[in-house]
Design a protein around this ligand. Structure first.
Ligand SMILES: C[S@@+](CC[C@H](N)C(=O)[O-])C[C@H]1O[C@@H](n2cnc3c(N)ncnc32)[C@H](O)[C@@H]1O
Length: 188
């Protein structure tokens, strides 16, 4: 097992509910998550739950030189690693705080809206009140035509997401362990 996978498994056993996966997501799931992001027009990009950074590195490769990326990670060992890895990229803020507090960080930088939010949070592991708080904070932060892109290992999150977002399209990839669904949610 390579280092990043080994690391992930260790952290999963320490904090099962928060980490929510036994290994980092596959390239195929990353492709599905990022396929619907228009990097040319996205200036404020947000990532919830980067873990070891499998999606983060790809977002950074694709984003505009003038765009900003806000990355929220609540598990300290993951946060510390990513903070160090991206410390020289001024476009990237790695934040040791809950995704529920997104608005606070956008306000501090005078950013009115996020263009897109890419989330790996294990939504159905959380208490439903916390999930709704996080989704509401995402919806409030997004621009009117913004997208919230979320993967999950089941279709159970649909009933939560539809309470907040007006339209949801779902894609599936079997090339991930476990296989995963990608929800692309729009405000209107
Ligand atoms: C399923 S892992 C996904 C990691 C990585 N993006 C991937 O796909 O391999 C979920 C991540 O969300 C983080 N997390 C859980 N609750 C969070 C919260 N409220 N705010 C920010 N991050 C959170 C966990 O610590 C974990 O790293």
């Amino acid at each position: 097992m390579d280092n990043k996978k080994d690391n992930f498994l260790k952290e999963f056993f320490k904090e099962r509910k928060t980490v929510g996966a036994i290994r980092p997501s596959s390239k195929s799931l990353g492709n599905k998550m990022l396929k619907n992001v228009d990097f040319k027009t996205s200036n404020v990009i947000v990532e919830f739950g980067p873990g070891t950074g499998v999606f983060t590195r790809r977002i950074i490769e694709k984003m505009n030189p003038s765009a900003n990326l806000y990355v929220f990670e609540l598990h300290e060992p993951f946060y510390k690693k990513l903070k160090k890895e991206f410390e020289n990229d001024k476009r990237v803020q790695v934040i040791y705080d809950s995704a529920a507090n997104l608005r606070k960080y956008l306000d501090a930088d005078h950013k009115k809206f996020a263009d897109v939010i890419i989330s790996s949070l294990p939504l159905t592991n959380f208490d439903q009140m916390l999930t709704m708080r996080i989704l509401k904070s995402a919806e409030i932060a997004l621009k009117p035509e913004g997208k919230y892109i979320q993967f999950q290992y089941s279709l159970n999150a649909r009933k939560l997401l539809i309470k907040i977002f007006n339209s949801i399209s779902i894609q599936f990839t079997a090339n991930n362990l476990p296989p995963a669904f990608v929800y692309t949610c729009k405000k209107k």
